[in-house]
Write a protein that binds this ligand. Structure first.
Ligand SMILES: [Zn+2]
Length: 341
């Protein structure tokens, strides 16, 4: 299985502008309380990656308990909001509206430049190398960045582009970018992308099985998500500022993701961590909050070595799958089963 390293000059402020993130997290915290407070809106779950019941408490964030799986080291929230509570939250909460109005749109240009173009190029390469050439429909599921369609269309690989269940308020943006908005199950899809979805799904296994049921044989699924195996998560742990409910219910380990993909009936083609921001993220967190204590070695590396050493270190993280931004390509390899989104 392959993995890659890359750099495009991305900075944290390009994709997570601090003032927007601060407000988004403030609203998310208030809304989490409103939408998920009632006991009947919460449910205990096993490890969402490997299915193990063996776990230990890791830390609490805004009253929610993050657990560590003792089998695969994935980090996950349990008890967590039910599917119905999550749907209600994403359709109606102030945080969800804020995400669309400010976060998804205001950072669109930089996002496209840095992330979506390189993501689309990589997706195109995966389809060329391992995809089903006869299946020429593409879908992005639960679209949050409509600009993905501009980038994917330029590949010239697909006859039809679908946005499957985008947020209501993003429908016009998806249509403008040339995608057909779909709110029913599709079939025979040659390629599906899932950008930043796995971490906020109530049941990632059911979600992947549902997606596989929409796909052609040998169709390609591409995923981007965050992993607890990454450097910034491992170093900052409970102090990682941008980890919160319900955006991050599942921070699966590299090992857990590998297991999950197989359980859902996909064949793993690539699992890389091409993240460029781990070290910068750790540095920025301590700059904003001096109370965060770093291991001596990391503190020394940040304070007494320059940009070249930091770039080398980040490249090392990429090369050895130790960055927290993970990218997965997998192929639909088996007979579809029942699932639910
Ligand atoms: Zn596990």
């Amino acid at each position: 299985m392959k993995h890659e390293t890359m750099t495009t000059g991305l900075q944290e402020s390009d994709i997570r502008p601090a003032p927007l993130m601060t407000e988004f997290m403030r609203l998310s915290s208030i809304d989490a309380h409103i939408y998920f407070k009632a006991p009947e809106r919460l449910v205990e779950v096993p490890c969402p990656a490997c299915g193990s019941e063996r776990r230990e408490g890791a830390f609490r964030k805004n009253e929610f308990l993050y657990c560590s799986c003792l089998e695969c080291n994935s980090l996950f929230v349990s008890p967590r909001p039910t599917r119905e509570a999550l749907v209600d939250y994403y359709e109606n909460s102030s945080a969800s509206r804020y995400r669309v109005e400010h976060f998804a749109r205001e950072t669109a240009k930089e996002r496209r430049k840095h992330m979506l173009n390189s993501y689309a190029m990589w997706l195109g390469r995966m389809v060329d190398e391992v995809g089903n050439p006869a299946a020429r429909a593409y879908a992005d599921v639960h679209t949050q960045s409509p600009q993905i369609f501009d980038a994917v269309r330029e590949l010239g690989l697909f006859d039809t582009l679908y946005s499957l269940y985008p947020l209501n308020t993003l429908e016009p943006d998806c249509a403008k970018a040339g995608a057909e908005v779909a709110r029913g199950d599709l079939s025979g899809l040659g390629t599906v992308s899932m950008l930043g979805q796995l971490e906020n799904r109530g049941n990632p296994l059911d979600y992947l099985i549902w997606i596989r049921g929409l796909m052609a044989d040998r169709g390609v699924l591409t995923i981007s998500t965050r992993t607890v195996s990454g450097f910034d998560m491992q170093v900052l742990w409970d102090k990682a500022p941008y980890v919160f409910v319900p955006e991050h219910l599942n921070l699966l380990s590299v090992e857990g993701l590998t297991i999950l993909i197989a359980r859902a009936g996909f064949e793993l083609v690539e699992l890389s961590t091409p993240g460029q921001l781990d070290l910068e993220f750790v540095h920025n967190t301590t700059a904003y909050d001096p109370a965060v204590e770093l291991p001596r070695h990391i503190k020394y590396l940040l304070e007494h070595r320059g940009p070249e050493a930091h770039a080398d270190f980040q490249e090392f993280l990429q090369k050895h799958r130790l960055s927290s931004h993970v990218r997965i390509a997998a192929v639909n390899a088996a007979t579809p089963q029942e699932g639910g989104r």
